[in-house]
Design a protein around this ligand. Structure first.
Ligand code: ZN
Length: 567
């Protein structure tokens, strides 16, 4: 049996993610993981927080906390929000874990042994007052281009000009404000990606089934200009994985850490090691080592398009370059961007709806359905409050929710709270079964191919087919003249509810569970649409309202509330 390893791009630690981040990796990864599990596959679904680097240090300083404490707190916040959105990770790890430290140091040693690490001497700004080298964005000064007095050493936020720290007028440390700065020599390790170019190129060329969005980005980085460049993997920072050659000190590299881009993807592996040590799974090597069983694993990654270069080139360079039998990714599902109401979601500007805010106003199923059915697969897509209200009200309340409510209430009033036994299925039912058979096959094919919008459209069509059936079979009319016929229609329609619950669970897990629970049935993927799961006499209850409609005044209030930046 196929086993599937699924990873979502790991969210950065410096704050709560917005809905654009959510639909760009974690949510579609969860949909796929839930689907495969429902189909009986063994799945390992991993995600983690990406905790190292300068932005984490800056965010911690802004919060007035030691960086380790800040990261531990933000990990807990992100883990709780993931639960709120029902993201079904088998483990939600941390790139700062001891397991990732050890693996990152291991890979560096292996790469050095294979001749793929070089040492490069560079000039970098050192702050005497702070006793440390300063990354470019830790240096502030006046922009030589526009005169803005808080320009950073990498870029002026005011005029967007790219800068070098030495361009700044009156440069000072962003840490302490000290102007006692000097340029010093410092040594760094580089990953010789240029030596890996042929191997990476052959590997990418072998991936003929990957989306064009993925391969075109990879090929651009491989071939544009001078081709794939060597890349620094170390930094003069305190917070990170200490530079070690395996478990040995690395001469000349004391006090330095690995660059966050190098250690973050290794956390995909370390996350599985963490899961074993926390007793969540029994073995990690059967997922990650092709010499220990991972040859049978299909590995699928989910990410936004901005993360594609790291996953198609940098991380594979690390894995392939090690010369060890690590599992490489089999399929990359990448996404364009979700925009917010005529502009971009922005974490730094607090623009858009963030995961915590979303759950404060509506249950997760509303967001999951809308975001997944509008996943930015082939192009960017846009969130507006109007389309959100319109689609949620129509798909979830008017179609699915109304169907469940209408037939269960009708049955209760005419036959009581048990599936009626009379009559037999006729031509109308046979025709709908045939139609649903085809639709089920189509839906599964889209889910297998991770074509999310198409899958959502097919699921919606399946819901609509039931609604149309109920409308045209009209058991409330039949009941007056032919109670047996009404009983058969009602039994058929009640049987659609567990069918819908099973198919809908990857998209809307809470509502699906409520539907199955009300019908006294297991939440399971349907084997066929024969509509005989619930026999005559089977007891059920009328569920609470599954989806309340979004009122105009709510939409207007939310649009106003989220029009500015979050405080
Ligand atoms: Zn400027």
């Amino acid at each position: 049996m196929t086993r599937t390893l699924i990873t979502s791009a790991i969210p950065y630690i410096n704050g709560i993610k917005h809905l654009g981040n959510l639909i760009g990796s974690q949510l579609p990864a969860d949909l796929y993981a839930r689907y495969l599990r429902a189909r009986g596959q063994e799945v390992l679904f991993l995600c983690a927080t990406d905790e190292h680097g300068t932005p984490a240090e800056l965010a911690a300083a802004k919060a007035g906390k030691p960086v380790a404490e800040y990261c531990a707190e933000m990990w807990a916040v992100q883990a709780e929000l993931a639960k709120g959105f029902r993201l079904s990770f088998d483990h939600f790890g941390r790139s700062s874990s001891p397991q990732n430290h050890a693996l990152t140091q291991h890979f560096a040693e292996r790469l050095a042994d294979q001749g793929l690490i070089s040492e490069v001497t560079e000039q970098q700004v050192y702050s005497n007052a702070d006793g440390r080298f300063l990354p470019d964005r830790y240096i502030e000064g006046t922009c030589p281009n526009c005169g803005y007095d808080k320009a950073r050493g990498d870029q002026c936020e005011n005029c967007t000009k790219q800068l070098d720290p030495t361009d700044l007028i009156n440069p000072r440390s962003a840490v302490s404000g000290s102007t006692d700065l000097e340029v010093r020599e410092t040594k760094h390790l580089y990953l010789r990606q240029s030596k890996m170019r042929e191997r990476l190129s052959d590997w990418i060329d072998s991936k003929t089934d990957w989306p064009i969005l993925t391969t075109s980005i990879a090929k651009k980085w491989l071939n544009d200009g001078d081709g794939l460049q060597d890349r620094g993997i170390t930094r003069d920072l305190d917070w990170g994985v200490p530079v070690m050659r395996g478990d040995q000190t690395w001469p000349g590299m004391q006090g330095k850490v690995f660059y966050v881009w190098f250690d973050a993807p290794i956390e995909y592996i370390a996350c599985a090691v963490e899961a074993v040590e926390e007793g969540k799974i029994s073995d990690w090597e059967r997922w990650w080592r092709t010499d220990k069983g991972a040859d049978d694993v299909r590995y699928v990654q989910f990410m936004g398009k901005d993360n594609v270069p790291f996953h198609t080139l940098s991380f594979p360079a690390t894995i392939l370059g090690s010369g060890e039998p690590w599992k490489l990714v089999d399929y990359i599902k990448s996404f364009n961007y979700l925009n917010y109401d005529g502009g971009q979601f922005s974490t730094s500007q607090g623009r858009g709806v963030f995961m915590d805010q979303a759950l404060e106003i509506l249950p997760s199923d509303y967001w999951r359905w809308w975001l997944l059915s509008h996943a930015p697969e082939t192009s960017d897509s846009e969130f507006t409050w109007e389309t959100f209200q319109q689609d949620v009200n129509k798909d979830l309340a008017d179609v699915l929710g109304n169907f469940v409510s209408r037939i269960t209430k009708f049955c209760r009033s005419k036959f009581g709270e048990a599936v009626p036994e009379g009559g037999a299925y006729g031509d109308q039912e046979t025709a709908l079964i045939a139609d649903l058979e085809k639709r089920l096959t189509t839906y599964q094919a889209h889910m297998d191919a991770i074509e999310i919008r198409k899958a959502a459209a097919e699921l919606r069509a399946i819901w609509v087919a039931g609604n149309e059936y109920l409308q045209s079979a009209a058991p409330w009319t039949a009941f007056k003249t032919d109670p047996d016929r009404a009983a058969a229609i009602t039994r058929f329609a009640l049987n659609l509810i567990p069918f819908y619950a099973g198919l809908s669970a990857p998209f809307i897990p809470d509502a699906a569970r409520a539907m199955a629970y009300a019908m006294g049935s297991d939440l399971a993927w349907p084997k066929s649409p024969a509509m005989n799961t619930l026999p005559g006499g089977h007891a059920f209850t009328v569920p609470d309202v599954l989806f309340a409609k979004i009122a105009d005044e709510d939409r207007e209030a939310w649009a106003a509330k989220f029009s500015g930046t979050r405080s």
